[in-house]
Design a protein around this ligand. Structure first.
Ligand code: SF4
Length: 398
């Protein structure tokens, strides 16, 4: 239902774009993936958050599919039997969706090394689904290109061999260069969307941008690039008027995603979310990979080391936790920061004191709350975010 304090998403060219993005987001049966497989005879590989080298999957002739749990769209029954109660929600809903057969069309799964929960999930996968490719993707903890870079290039080559064996198509240097170019273009398009949000957040809202970027979970990369650019053009051309909202950064939501209703609640509470770390993997690394090195595996490894975004699950070689967030807040002209982390997310919650310390030193106001992907009640969060936004509007030097 359209409300008076939100732009009308059904008007003009935006309507069909957002309707498609919404349908793709809500379709847990992954019909777009099924259609792609039937049309192209291709296999598909599920990629868990945050970041996976989708270029390798694409270069092997398969479709990378982003998996972000099930949000508030499934009731977790069997998934609860596999995990203790004091961890986050995403592994339970991922198992639930898989056990109910909705991931049967996926031919393999990549589990990036971001935390113990995902590591354990990858082990459980090997036991539950022995017929599927199930690969833990280790990432460097040493950011010296000669050490961590060399290690990661080797790891990527080994992964490419596993993917090639599954698809029957070798990942040649030529094919990988072409895939890297496609993903560089995709990241550029998403960069244009993020720039519009920063420049004119009343035209490209966070909740709409979220849906548009999430469409890349299931669409082939070139189709998604065109989709993002169609949204940017339509949003830019819209006649949406700015409101007296408070510009904020939302951080902590890089893995288990907040329910869509929560993002909309923050907007209705009077905030413009000018930057967030939801769907961070789609914007990783920052900038182009092509050009880092003539060897495409080394290029991917170097880009990871040199230009991965600062986030809790990534090693921070400078030891300056929180400084990148403070910089980003100033750059995006945000007036405050909202820490929104999944309950029991160790990486996000262990980082928070260092991040808030850096903001305190810079005099940036912040507030914090926790969520679960299946949260259904937002009233308390609306009141907290609304009070936060109002206090900045009323008492800061704007
Ligand atoms: S939400 Fe946090 S703890 Fe849970 S799997 Fe993701 S990074 Fe790990």
């Amino acid at each position: 239902m359209h409300t008076a304090d939100a732009p009308d998403p059904t008007s003009g060219a935006l309507g069909p774009i957002l309707a498609r993005a919404d349908a793709l987001y809500h379709d847990l049966t992954l019909s777009a993936v099924r259609e792609h497989k039937e049309a192209h005879g291709a296999k598909a590989i599920g990629c868990l958050p945050i970041w996976a080298p989708r270029e390798l999957v694409d270069a092997a002739g398969m479709l990378p599919v982003g998996l972000h749990g099930a949000g508030d769209r499934v009731e977790v029954i069997r998934g609860d039997a596999y995990f203790q109660s004091y961890i986050c929600q995403i592994p339970r809903s991922t198992i639930e969706v898989a056990l109910t057969g909705r991931y049967d069309l996926l031919d393999g799964f990549l589990f990036p090394a971001i935390c113990d929960v995902i590591r354990n999930l990858s082990g459980m996968w090997k036991i539950l689904f022995p017929g599927k490719l199930s690969r833990y993707v280790d990432v460097p903890q040493n950011f010296d290109p000669a050490v961590g870079g060399a290690f990661f290039a080797r790891e990527l080559r080994a992964l490419a061999e596993d993917l090639s064996a599954l698809s029957g198509r070798p990942v040649t240097d030529e094919a990988l260069h072409a895939s890297i170019a496609r993903y560089d273009e995709n990241r550029r398009a998403i960069g244009e969307l993020m720039a519009l949000r920063e420049r004119a957040p009343h035209k490209a809202t966070a909740s709409e941008s979220y849906l548009v970027i999430r469409a890349g979970d299931v669409l082939p990369v070139e189709e998604h690039t065109a989709f993002v650019r169609a949204y940017v053009a339509a949003a830019e051309a819209s006649d949406r008027k700015p409101r007296d909202h408070t510009r904020v950064v939302v951080t902590g939501a890089f893995c288990e995603q907040p329910p869509l209703g929560l993002i909309r609640t923050l907007e209705r509470a009077g905030t413009y979310i000018v930057w967030d770390d939801m769907t961070l993997g789609a914007r990783w690394p920052e900038g182009d990979v092509e050009g880092e090195d003539p060897d495409p595996f080394v290029a991917l490894a170097r880009a990871y080391i040199a230009r991965s975004p600062a986030t809790a699950s990534r090693y921070e070689p400078s030891g300056e936790k929180g400084v990148p967030l403070a910089r980003l807040t100033h750059k995006s002209r945000a007036e405050g920061v909202i820490f929104a982390a999944p309950s029991f997310c160790d990486p996000a919650l262990l980082d928070q004191p260092m991040l808030t310390g850096a903001l305190d030193r810079e005099g940036v106001p912040w507030t914090a709350f926790k969520y679960a992907e299946n949260l259904g009640q937002f009233q308390v969060i609306r009141e907290q975010a609304g009070t936060f936004a109002d206090s900045i509007r009323l008492w800061s030097d704007r």
